[in-house]
Design a protein around this ligand. Structure first.
Ligand code: HEC
Length: 214
């Protein structure tokens, strides 16, 4: 084979790799400019950043202040019983403002075990793992979690328990920002189940199950 053909062949093979190398370079290097876009749609357009400035408005802000009294959809929270656990005369509601269903109690159990049991314990006796560990460490700064089946807590109206979960009590922090309203009521329902089971007597056991006790 003539030499010139061999060299031309090698050169062509090397050139054939060039587009691939350029592609790879384009993909792996950062650039402040948009890549070549055949159909740009509306991908790049002028916009203001949150909390940024703007010369369009007299006050120089890009973000507009909502007119006084504006409430976003679904944020009115007018229902005091549901959102604050309060009756119209500002006393605590004594009945759940949601339906008592088995499903809700089970959901409350699930939420309780996630949010409350680490401190208050699975049965609500104030002996959760965190509490037990803190007692082991004996640093002297730990406030023991309350026994939620105790008479004082059992006597609190439903609305007050809801408010305690929402805003905390004494040394216990608020859980309102972590637990949605509906889940808080479900936890209240489950607390009632815990209290009922902790303070049950033989008379609460149905006749058909009494035999199993002995
Ligand atoms: C970080 C630990 C911790 C978690 C989590 C926690 N608690 Fe508490 N809770 C406490 C402590 C501590 C107290 C007692 C505070 C005090 O006496 O200063 C308390 C007190 C209470 C009381 C008041 C008891 C009474 O009648 O005086 C209620 C009710 C209660 N907790 C419910 C809950 C519920 C429901 C949850 C889950 C949503 C929860 N707590 C999660 C630590 C916790």
């Amino acid at each position: 084979m003539p030499r010139v053909l061999v060299y031309t062949g090698i050169l062509l093979a090397a050139l054939a790799l060039l587009p691939l190398a350029l592609l790879d370079y384009a993909r792996s290097t950062p650039s402040r400019h948009p890549r070549l876009q055949l159909v740009p749609d509306m991908d790049q357009q002028a916009y203001h950043r949150a909390q940024g400035g703007s010369s369009v408005f007299a006050d120089g802000r890009a973000m507009r202040i909502p007119p006084a009294g504006t409430v976003a959809r679904g944020e009115l929270r007018e229902d005091d019983a549901y959102f604050r656990g309060m009756a119209p005369d500002s006393s605590w509601v004594t009945e759940l403002p949601v339906a008592w269903t088995m499903e809700r109690i089970r959901y409350g159990q699930n939420r309780y075990q996630i949010f409350c049991a680490p401190c208050h314990g699975d049965a609500g006796r104030g002996d959760g793992l965190v509490a037990r560990r803190a007692e082991q460490l004996a640093e002297g700064t730990w406030t023991p979690p309350s026994d939620l089946t105790a008479a004082v807590t059992a006597a609190r109206p439903d609305g007050e328990l809801f408010a305690i979960i929402s805003h905390g009590i004494r040394k216990m922090p608020a859980y309102g920002s972590q637990i949605p309203v509906d889940a808080r009521w479900a936890i209240v329902a489950y607390l009632r189940a815990l209290q009922r089971s902790a303070n049950g007597t033989l008379a609460d056991v149905p006749e058909s199950h009494k035999a199993e006790l002995r």
